[in-house]
Ligand binder design. Structure first.
Ligand SMILES: CC(C)(COP(=O)(O)OP(=O)(O)OC[C@H]1O[C@@H](n2cnc3c(N)ncnc32)[C@H](O)[C@@H]1OP(=O)(O)O)[C@@H](O)C(=O)NCCC(=O)NCCS
Length: 193
């Protein structure tokens, strides 16, 4: 079983570990090797712990938790399950593009293509709608190998801009869902038959 719930401060270490593992696979060949090798679970865990506790600007973090038969091998009996992915966001830093922003979304490789990403996005879209955001947006690197996901969810490509990250020039793309109901609809669970 995989469930989605709001993150707690005690989840920060596991979120930091998922961050480091997923960045290393997703951004291999996109970001410098030395930068990816230097990523620190401890440092990211501290950052996520602060993010979980910071509710300003409607900020929220949700986690995907795998339990029982769906848990990673050897962790089936882990009390409370194992964190395999997360999403974070809040009111947008660029409201002219979209009022709510999905800031991070990462899922361990072994759990992809099973609808978990869609469920994480839905949790965040529902949260953003609940705090009054009428539209949603996110930034994704042009070279991100999974950026197709946002087109699949009906996101509209509305902006592209050059940035510098880890000492490298990159291009990032902004996708929007306006109104936000378009994102809620695109991530709605399939009706049971
Ligand atoms: C992006 C990500 C969260 C998607 O999660 P996921 O659980 O694999 O996605 P889902 O299973 O929910 O798939 C959603 C849709 O994409 C489709 N899809 C899956 N793989 C695909 C591919 N290679 N090409 C096109 N569509 C694909 C699925 O079929 C599904 O559509 P459908 O239900 O209409 O058939 C995940 O791939 C990930 O963590 N990527 C790396 C991290 C990252 O880049 N994060 C974003 C930073 S901004």
């Amino acid at each position: 079983m995989i469930c989605i719930r709001r993150a707690r401060p005690a989840d920060a270490a596991a979120i930091g570990a998922v961050h480091v593992a997923t960045w290393r696979t997703t951004y291999a060949g996109v970001l410098p090797e030395g930068y990816l090798a230097s990523l620190s679970t401890l440092r990211h865990a501290a950052g996520y712990e602060a993010a979980i506790g910071d509710r300003r600007h409607g900020h929220a973090v949700f986690v995907a938790v795998a339990k029982g038969a769906d848990a990673p091998a050897g962790q089936e009996a882990a009390e409370g399950g194992t964190i395999i992915g997360f999403v974070s966001g809040g009111r947008s830093r660029r409201p002219q593009i979209g009022e709510g922003e999905i800031e991070t979304l990462y899922l361990l490789d072994d759990y992809r293509d099973r609808g978990v990403g869609r469920r994480l996005v839905r949790a965040m879209a529902a949260h953003l709608a609940a705090i009054g955001c009428r539209s949603a947006m996110l930034w994704v690197l042009k070279d991100n190998p999974t950026r197709w996901f946002y087109g699949r969810l009906g996101g509209r490509l509305v902006a592209r801009e050059a940035i510098r990250f880890a000492g490298q020039g990159l291009e990032q793309l902004a996708f929007t869902w306006d109104p936000i109901e378009a994102l809620l609809l695109a991530t709605a669970p399939a009706p049971e038959v």
